[in-house]
Write a protein that binds this ligand. Structure first.
Ligand code: PMP
Length: 326
């Protein structure tokens, strides 16, 4: 009989799917690394497994312990899957900007969820970073994951996502494009690919309101770059340790409007029902058109599923309220 011993064994080995319509003006082959096939419907299942395995090995997470994380939802889902299978309690701290669906999904997976205000500085005690750290101090036998700085995040992509892409493209990949939040995806995949072939170019997708692009270009963390934005999953107001700026060749920024519109277009034109950061990555890739030539093989990673955004980017009333469509 052919079966997996539990749901965690189905994580990874996601398909690579050719984009056909949205890329018609590009000269090259564009392939999507389709991470929604993971059981938690996002790439973050990979890092959840790795970070928890590392914490167990290092004695940071003990039997019956509580896992605590400040998460935009997907990492919480991945961690919750592992917590259920391995018998840990899970507490997620989430910002109020995130879609209600994400909160409901985490609760459905048995997690306790704390919702915190978005528009406060990371060092403000009400922020979701600070609340997560506080809960970790107050909860006995708990472990605070910190995906931003946790090396297991990078490692999961270095050990799984990167090698999969290399093998699936038979080493022919020339460019890797991915949205950047904690940086784990781009840094882990990018480092692996550049070790295989240093000529591969790695492009990060950033959003307006985030510090990454300017920091990469100038080495300055410019506070004026920071303002509230709508795009979910990418961009930051600080520099996570998992963003390895040295392996990233460049960033392009995508507007909230374009990210939302391209999220819809991926569904309607490619039958790819994906999250908001996929729309940003798709539009960002098109903005990079001049960097691609005929024989290039471009891989773009799509992080999560559309179900978490039905009340937002897939809701025309919401799109109208935001001024993204008429
Ligand atoms: N897209 C979505 C939907 C995400 O949840 C995240 C993680 N914050 C990202 C993109 C960015 O991935 P990473 O954290 O690996 O940079």
């Amino acid at each position: 009989m052919k079966y997996f011993k539990n749901i965690l064994e189905t994580i990874g080995n996601t398909p690579l799917v050719k984009l056909n319509k949205l890329t018609s003006e590009l000269p090259c082959l564009v392939l999507a690394k389709y991470e929604t096939f993971n059981p938690g419907n996002s790439v973050k299942d990979r890092i959840a497994v790795q970070m928890i395995a590392d914490a167990e090995k290092e004695g940071l997470l003990k039997p019956g312990g509580t896992i605590i994380e400040s998460t935009s939802g997907n990492t919480g889902m991945g961690l919750a899957l592992v917590a259920v299978v391995k018998g840990y309690k899970m507490i997620c701290v989430i910002s109020d900007k995130q879609s209600k669906e994400k909160v409901d999904i985490l609760k459905a997976m048995g997690s306790e969820v704390h919702v915190c205000p978005t528009n406060v500085a990371p060092e403000d005690p009400r922020s979701y970073y600070a609340t997560g750290k506080r809960l970790a101090k107050e909860t006995p036998n708990s472990w605070y994951v910190n995906q931003y700085d946790n090396p297991g995040n990078f490692k999961a992509h270095y050990l799984t996502t990167g090698p999969e892409i290399w093998e699936q493209t038979e080493g022919k990949i020339t460019h890797f494009v991915a949205g950047v939040g904690t940086g784990g995806t781009i840094s882990g995949v990018g480092t692996f690919l550049k070790e295989k072939n240093p000529n591969i170019k790695v492009w990060g997708i950033d959003t307006y309101g985030s510090v990454f692009k300017k920091y990469h270009e100038t080495g300055i963390l410019d506070k004026d770059e920071i303002y509230p934005y709508i795009t979910e999953g990418i961009g930051e107001d600080m520099l996570p340790k998992n963003v390895h700026f040295d392996i990233i060749d460049g960033f392009t920024k995508v507007t909230d409007k374009d990210a939302a519109i391209y999220t819809q277009r991926l569904a309607k034109e490619e039958a790819m029902f994906l999250g908001n950061s996929a729309g940003a990555a798709m539009k960002g890739l098109l903005q990079l058109k001049e960097h691609f030539t005929k024989d290039d093989v471009v891989v773009v990673l799509f992080h999560d599923h559309g179900s978490r955004y039905v009340g937002k980017m897939y809701n025309d009333q919401w799109m109208r309220e935001k001024g993204f469509i008429k």
